[in-house]
Design a protein around this ligand. Structure first.
Ligand SMILES: [Zn+2]
Length: 414
């Protein structure tokens, strides 16, 4: 069996990031782009974009990248543009890929600024890193840098005669900051335009807040928008409006389905692209990107943690169900054989559902874990309509099953 080395793993994960989490567009190349006089977008730092503003009194930095090395590389690139000291670092939100480079900027005289919800979110994340690993593969080891200055609704920073306005926004997270330069008409929007409405493995995603934030941005009439991921030229007021239109439409549809008592599967099936979106390529593309994650998120927002099927209110213990199904199927070996057959037919999801019963019944079943690894890998490679999160989750699930298959083998040969 070929074992992925940590280096290979990092390379594969980075390639997963290559299509930005925000809207899935290709990753821009690493470069510093002047978007206005003294205002720079720094694109392509792994999957992230950052920014900085050079004033007579020093530099204001926007976001820091996904790890300390990237923060250091970003700072070195800022140094090539200006010798002025960094005065402030603004976090657009608390996600690791924006804050984990912060340690590189810690120095006397540097102050970190964020929305007041950000410290709470960083603390909450500390306990949830294992959940996050489902997608990210490994928990971040970067030291946490908490903000020195926080604000509630909005605040204005005047540095070296430049006016920088910070607005609180909610979209992907509840601690988003929009960084607006009124004179230059440039706005840094962080990950507001996340086509997943928040990470599927995190408690977040604020559709109403997102729509309000897009209205705010439209009202400001920016000339240039700098997103936290993806190409600058592809993020416009029009693209945000398209996402906001799709969001409002999906909210209404999901509410209606839930009101009619449909379950998630029936809701998903009932929601197809309306004719008015089909006519407009921007709306059609946004609908394709947002439909599945938004419907999942919204359905759970509207139905609560029980979902809508009373059979699932208090499910029977998995081991009891698993034992019963194995008995009916003729044993775990029969389930495993059928799962392999399904995988050979390319029906990986069904195969995984059977294999999950086998590994619930027999956690040390090495063959079942190996079959799961293959099915997850196949889904990561060949699954239809996958977004960045699906791919990363399948890739990491395959990696975990590979470990379990090895561990189970070691136990068995003892
Ligand atoms: Zn991000």
């Amino acid at each position: 069996m070929i074992r992925a080395t940590p280096g290979l793993f990092a390379a594969v994960l980075l390639s997963l990031f290559a299509a930005g989490p925000a809207t899935g567009q290709p990753m821009p190349k690493r470069q510093i782009v002047a978007v206005a006089d003294g205002v720079y977008a720094a694109t392509g730092y792994a999957s992230n974009n950052m920014g900085f503003i050079v004033t007579d009194e020093g530099v204001v930095v926007i976001d820091t990248g996904m790890k300390p090395e990237i923060g250091r590389e970003f700072l070195a690139d800022i140094r090539k543009e200006t010798g002025k000291p960094v005065r402030y670092v603004i976090f657009t939100h608390y996600h690791y890929d924006h804050v984990d480079g912060a340690v590189a900027f810690q120095a006397p005289g540097v102050q970190f600024i964020a929305h007041e919800n950000l410290p709470r979110n960083l603390k909450t994340l500390k306990g949830l890193e294992r959940v996050n690993q489902t997608v990210l593969g490994s928990a971040s080891e970067a030291p946490t840098v908490y903000p020195d200055i926080t604000y509630r609704d909005s605040t204005t920073l005047t540095v070296g005669g430049r006016e920088i306005r910070l607005y609180h926004a909610m979209g992907e997270t509840d601690d988003a900051t929009l960084v607006w330069l009124p004179k230059e008409r440039v706005i840094f929007i962080g990950d507001l335009n996340n086509a997943n409405l928040g990470s599927p493995v995190m408690p977040e995603g604020y559709p109403e807040g997102f729509i309000a934030a897009v209205d705010l941005i439209e009202g400001l009439a920016p000339k240039t928008l700098v997103p936290g991921h993806g190409r600058i030229e592809e993020t416009t007021v029009a693209s945000l409006k398209a996402m906001s239109t799709v969001t409002a439409w999906l909210m209404a549809q999901v509410r209606q389905s839930v009101g009619e008592g449909l379950d998630l599967e029936a809701t998903m099936a009932a929601i197809t692209m309306p004719a008015e979106f089909r006519k407009d390529p921007a709306l059609a593309a946004m609908f394709e990107a947002c439909r599945e994650p938004y419907v999942n998120r919204l359905f759970k927002n509207y139905t609560g943690y029980y979902g809508s099927n009373p059979v699932h209110f208090r499910p029977a213990p998995a081991k009891e169900r698993g034992a019963l199904l194995a008995e009916l199927a003729g044993g775990n070996a029969a389930l495993l054989a059928r799962a392999r057959q399904l995988a050979a037919e390319g029906r990986y999801q069904l195969a995984l559902e059977l294999l999950d019963i086998v590994t619930t019944n027999e956690p040390g079943n090495r063959e079942a874990h190996a079959a799961k690894e293959q099915a997850f890998s196949a889904l990561a490679r060949t699954g239809k309509d996958l977004n960045w999160y699906h791919r990363a989750a399948y890739f990491n699930a395959a990696r975990k099953e590979r470990q379990l298959a090895g561990d189970a083998g070691k136990t068995a040969s003892r």
